[in-house]
Design a protein around this ligand. Structure first.
Ligand code: NAD
Length: 491
């Protein structure tokens, strides 16, 4: 499996082969011939050719095919889960319990959404005209996805686009291309016409930039890091494409003095370690009221030490490796540098040895005694690392929560209704959880504030973003010399 273009699996044009590696043991999962600008051009041409018929299919036709796709995904759940676990190192419990059911539910959601496009009522907003709103698909969409949730990111990008009548070319991350290719095949098997869903695997600066720059692409939708997002915006601006950006995150986790501490400790452990911390909404910065700080740190450290790292295919494994050795080394680098500027590593802070030494594993790591403006508090680490800092007042806690360039997600832990409402209002993030951290749901939007980007994934909000609004205005007087002409000429 290399490229999926016009309903066919094909090889890539690039001379560069790519070994998809299982980060749990360094073994080869697949060899992929990557695509380059030639494959990007072919895929855009296939998507462009498929657009007229797909955009004119009725909502019911699109919906029926998406329901069928959801059924097929459900039937192939085990294959998707195992492939995802192999290419990312995710524990099989996570792929079978979260990644795959999430993608199936998303498909079913957008099958429903396809029949629910809405707009303002047609009416005579001027006495002489009937106005109507059309919500139309945009055309060929090019999407670029990251490696942390390859299947779910493919689903989040492809589904709202095609449900709304667009056609799409998706470029998954080069290190995790396999489940996006399987997803595109499932779409074809569900009867979605050839060319509606295409997948080009390749390097970002090569295949990715070729897609972003292509003149026949009308919208770009990107999920990934903030620096690459800026680059995408720059390229897209040259041809004035619509841009949708889901970027990095650095979620705060605010524990007030009245919080249920057992809930907060368990929430912090699950919220920081999900997907081995490679989650853009993962809890990364705990701010805990000084009166509960020591208890919180001891509780998290205790559970971190008990988390079971291991073979992703062992159902008893809690935590898998990072996605690659490179990512593991990057995470270790943040912790080493933090030690260098005086941070205290309460637990973790190293790669495990023994049977896990060959994999890209890193122990759950809790860091205290760091300054708010230090690198480990401000930048995305994207690994199983949580920092904890104390605060004294609610004002201080909320200011600290907002004090990074990011604004994707956050949580506040309190039993006080008014405190919860204040946190929900004042934390500048696209999602604020109260007394929980992480759950997402197809009906609700996911997306950022500030340097975390703009545009929403999932929900009817994302569906609408893949449409453009047209106003059609019809004269209903039949009069040649219209009253308003006299403001221009008197004849
Ligand atoms: P990345 O930005 O390095 O890569 C993302 C994608 O962009 C990959 O497919 C890559 O090939 C491509 N790319 C890289 N350079 C490119 C270029 N010059 N032109 C076009 N495409 C290019 O991110 P990553 O390391 O794969 O993923 C981790 C990042 O993704 C984190 O920052 C994380 O927060 C973010 N993320 C955000 C969300 C969200 O919903 N906001 C969800 C998941 C991940």
């Amino acid at each position: 499996m290399h490229q999926y273009i016009g309903g066919e699996l094909r090889t890539g044009s690039s001379p560069v082969g790519h070994r998809v590696v299982n980060p749990a043991d360094g073994g080869t999962v697949a060899e992929v011939v990557l695509g380059d600008e030639r494959d990007a051009a072919l895929a855009v041409a296939a998507a462009k050719a498929a657009f007229p018929a797909w955009s004119r299919a009725t909502p019911a036709e699109r919906s029926t095919k998406l329901h069928e796709a959801a059924r097929i995904l459900g039937e192939r759940a085990q294959e998707f889960a195992e492939t995802e676990s192999r290419q990312t190192g995710k524990p099989i419990r996570l792929t079978t319990g979260f990644d795959v059911p999430g993608a199936v539910d998303n498909t079913a959601f957008f099958a429903g959404a396809a029949r629910h496009l809405e707009g303002k009522a047609s009416a005579e907003y001027s006495a002489d005209h009937t106005s109507a709103i059309r919500r139309e698909p945009i055309g060929v969409v090019a999407s670029i996805a990251p490696w942390n949730y390859p299947l779910q990111m493919a689903a989040w990008k492809i589904l709202p686009a095609i449900a709304a009548g667009n056609t799409i070319v998706l470029k998954p991350a080069e290190i995790t291309p396999l489940t996006a290719l399987l997803f595109a095949q499932a779409c074809t098997d569900a009867g979605i016409p050839d060319g509606v869903v295409n997948v080009v695997t390749g390097h970002g600066p090569v295949a990715g930039e070729a897609l972003m720059a292509h003149p026949d692409v009308r919208m770009v939708s990107f999920t990934g890091s903030t620096p690459v997002g800026k680059r995408i915006m720059e390229i897209a601006s040259r041809t004035v494409k619509r841009v949708h950006l889901e970027l990095g995150g650095k979620a705060p986790f605010v524990v007030f003095d009245d919080a249920d501490l057992e809930a907060a400790i368990h929430g912090a452990v699950a919220g920081s370690l999900i997907n081995t911390g490679q989650d853009c909404t993962a809890a990364t910065r705990a701010y805990v009221h000084r009166s509960r700080f020591d208890e919180f740190v001891a509780g998290v450290a205790d559970l971190y030490a008990k988390v079971k790292l291991g073979d992703p295919f062992d159902p008893a494994t809690d935590l898998g490796p990072l996605v690659s050795h490179r990512q593991r080394d990057s995470v270790a680098g943040f912790v080493e540098r933090a030690r260098g500027y005086g941070a205290k590593v309460v637990v973790g802070g190293e790669a495990p040895g023994g049977e896990l030494a060959a994999g890209a594993y890193y122990l759950p790591t809790l860091v205290t005694d760091v300054a708010q403006d230090s690198e480990i508090v401000q930048d995305e680490v994207f690994g199983p690392v949580l920092t904890a800092l104390p605060f004294d007042t609610d004002d201080e806690a909320l200011a600290l929560a907002n004090d990074t360039p990011y604004g994707l997600a956050a949580s506040a832990w309190t039993r006080d209704h008014f405190r919860a409402l204040r946190a929900a209002r004042e934390i500048a993030a696209g999602c604020v959880w109260i007394n929980d951290h992480i759950p997402i749901i197809s009906e609700m939007p996911h997306g950022g504030y500030k340097a975390s980007g703009f545009g929403k994934d999932m929900s009817s909000y994302s569906f609408e973003e893949y449409t453009q609004v047209k106003h059609t205005m019809h004269d209903i007087t039949g009069v040649a010399r219209k009253a308003w002409h006299r403001t221009i000429f008197e004849l």
